[in-house]
Design a protein around this ligand. Structure first.
Ligand SMILES: *Cc1c(COP(=O)(O)O)cnc(C)c1O
Length: 230
């Protein structure tokens, strides 16, 4: 099946109002262009350098979302153009993004990544810590960032019950946190190729789908493989 038809099928399966992020990590720019030609404008990448390279090569009306772990020393690379950073998981990272945004005269949209999965390796805030941070009011002075909502990755398992628990919890966290923000806190980013139909049941507003659109990812090295499983 072509990227165009896969994309079509995925779109058909989404309720109105749900945003599709086409996760293009590891895929060549030519494949992104295929999706672009089929009307897709939002793409997700998990490595800053790879995203910058693709940004430079591809049409400028693409909205680039960073979905993978972001080191503070890489913020500068993506700050000029990134549309939404899904993977904000520390106070320090918020501060660095805020500083870079202010230097550029931008406001950068971010999501807080919350850890809900069983696996200990998955990144993200412990919810209690995030809640304390939000309640501390520290964000009020950070005019370079706008918190749009939360993101999460469910446990990687065939156990549907466990995946439902994770999505349910994320949805609850998002609802609780919304008390501390205005109505631009509107995004619940959850659901990937294997689990997005479940995520939609729990109110996902943004799904991040890669392999279902682009096919299997090709990783060259063992280190890459490992990064992928993290
Ligand atoms: C790779 C990735 C996705 C997409 O995964 P697929 O299973 O290919 O749909 C979504 N979210 C995050 C955070 C990812 O790293």
């Amino acid at each position: 099946m072509s990227i165009k038809s896969q994309l079509h099928d995925v779109r058909e399966s989404l309720p109105a109002g749900v945003t599709l992020v086409a996760v293009s990590k590891t895929h060549a720019p030519a494949r992104i262009e295929e999706a672009y030609a089929a009307g897709q404008r939002i793409f997700g990448e998990n490595r800053p350098q790879e995203m910058v390279t693709k940004y430079r090569m591809l049409p400028k009306d693409i909205e680039w979302h960073l979905i993978g772990h972001l080191q503070t020393n890489k913020v500068k690379l993506v700050a000029p153009f990134v549309k939404l950073i899904h993977s904000v998981d520390s106070e320090r990272l918020v501060r660095v993004i805020n500083n870079e945004a202010l230097k550029l005269g931008r406001v950068i949209d971010i999501l807080f990544e919350i850890h809900v999965a069983e696996e200990e390796t998955k990144s993200g805030w412990q919810y209690e810590q995030l809640l304390k941070y939000v309640q501390s009011g520290a964000l009020r002075t950070m005019t370079g960032v706008r918190v749009r909502g939360v993101m999460g990755v469910a446990t990687y398992t065939d156990d549907e019950f466990r995946v439902r628990l994770d999505f349910d919890l994320l949805a609850q966290h998002k609802k609780e946190l919304s008390a501390y923000f205005d109505d631009t806190f509107d995004t619940l980013s959850m659901g990937m190729s294997d689990d997005y139909p479940l995520a939609l049941e729990y109110g996902s507003t943004m799904v991040r789908i890669g392999s279902l659109i682009f096919g299997k990812r090709n990783y060259g090295t063992a280190a890459d493989q490992q990064e992928e499983t993290l």
